[in-house]
Design a protein around this ligand. Structure first.
Ligand SMILES: NC(=O)c1ccc[n+]([C@@H]2O[C@H](COP(=O)([O-])OP(=O)(O)OC[C@H]3O[C@@H](n4cnc5c(N)ncnc54)[C@H](OP(=O)(O)O)[C@@H]3O)[C@@H](O)[C@H]2O)c1
Length: 254
């Protein structure tokens, strides 16, 4: 599947968190190309503006989703601007190499604040609006949301939490006509490894090792994930909810 938009999201409103790089940037652009108005959220204004450049449907909202009231403000900005909300893409997330021996409560809290608490606060704030539009929530998990990850157990645990939120919200919100699904990407080109504080040689080694383990022989591209976000957001995708779709070049089978 390519990122060429097949779906028609004309006039739909979407929030995409973490839109300044990687999967979030590709998602914001793909949804906008399909006709949606997109609020791109992240901390770096310049990165968000680069995402929006040449895409008139993308507006940017620099914000720290860990900040008190940050997630609620994001929803207000989108609905004040466009009057309604159809799609929430909980994409912003951070990875953390943290063996148990080195684990600290502060580091766990920092990880869960962004990967679990912020998506929950965003979903809650979006709920009245999604009820009105019978909209959809798409959570970006990871293949490690349902596989063990020695040395980064709390990252895996945070994504496992997101997958269980996905399934539980799908049932809870089904009577409102709100669909809730998740994507679980495998290793994908982005700023994630650098954002985790790893050195360049370590990053290069990880990338090589990952590519060698992936049956399709390479890491993924952000557009290849964004294409599936578009598919899940498509109002024509009417009967799919509570699913976690793994997109990983076959890694999970190996
Ligand atoms: N790449 C992979 O291999 C992979 C695999 C599986 C799952 N994922 C998941 O995919 C999602 C996107 O990651 P990515 O790979 O595209 O990595 P990325 O390029 O590092 O993107 C993460 C985005 O989140 C934003 N962000 C970080 N902290 C934030 C905060 N406190 N408030 C608001 N925004 C914040 C960052 O922008 P600012 O720094 O400007 O805030 C950044 O644009 C994540 O949930 C990640 O766990 C990635």
């Amino acid at each position: 599947m390519t990122a060429t938009p097949q779906a028609n999201l004309t006039g739909r409103v979407a929030i995409v968190t973490g839109a300044g790089s990687g999967i979030g940037r590709a998602t914001a652009r793909t949804l906008a190309q399909a006709g949606a108005f997109v609020l791109g959220v992240g901390r770096r204004k310049d990165a968000l503006e680069e995402t929006a450049a040449g895409h008139s449907g993308i507006a940017v909202h620099p914000a720290d989703l860990r900040a008190q009231g940050g997630p609620e403000e994001v929803v207000t900005v989108a609905t004040d601007r466009w009057g309604h909300l159809d799609v929430l893409v909980n994409n912003a997330g951070v990875t953390k190499v943290m063996p148990l021996a080195d684990t600290t409560t502060k580091a766990i809290t920092t990880l869960f604040d962004l990967n679990v608490i912020a998506p929950s606060q965003l979903a809650q704030a979006a709920l009245p609006h999604l009820r009105r539009t019978r909209g959809s929530i798409i959570n970006i998990s990871s293949t490690y949301g349902h596989r063990p990850l020695p040395g980064a157990a709390h990252y895996a645990a945070s994504k496992a939490a997101l997958e269980q939120l996905t399934r539980s919200w799908a049932l809870e919100l089904a009577t409102d006509g709100i669909r809730v699904n998740a994507l679980a990407p495998g290793p994908t080109e982005s700023e994630a490894l650098a954002a985790a504080g790893l050195s360049e040689p370590t990053i290069n080694q990880i990338k090589q090792d990952e590519a060698a383990r992936i049956p399709l022989g390479r890491r993924g591209k952000p557009d290849e994930i964004a294409a599936w976000v578009l598919h899940l957001a498509d109002p024509a995708t009417t009967w799919l909810t509570g699913q976690v779709l793994t997109i990983d070049g076959g890694l999970e089978l190996s």
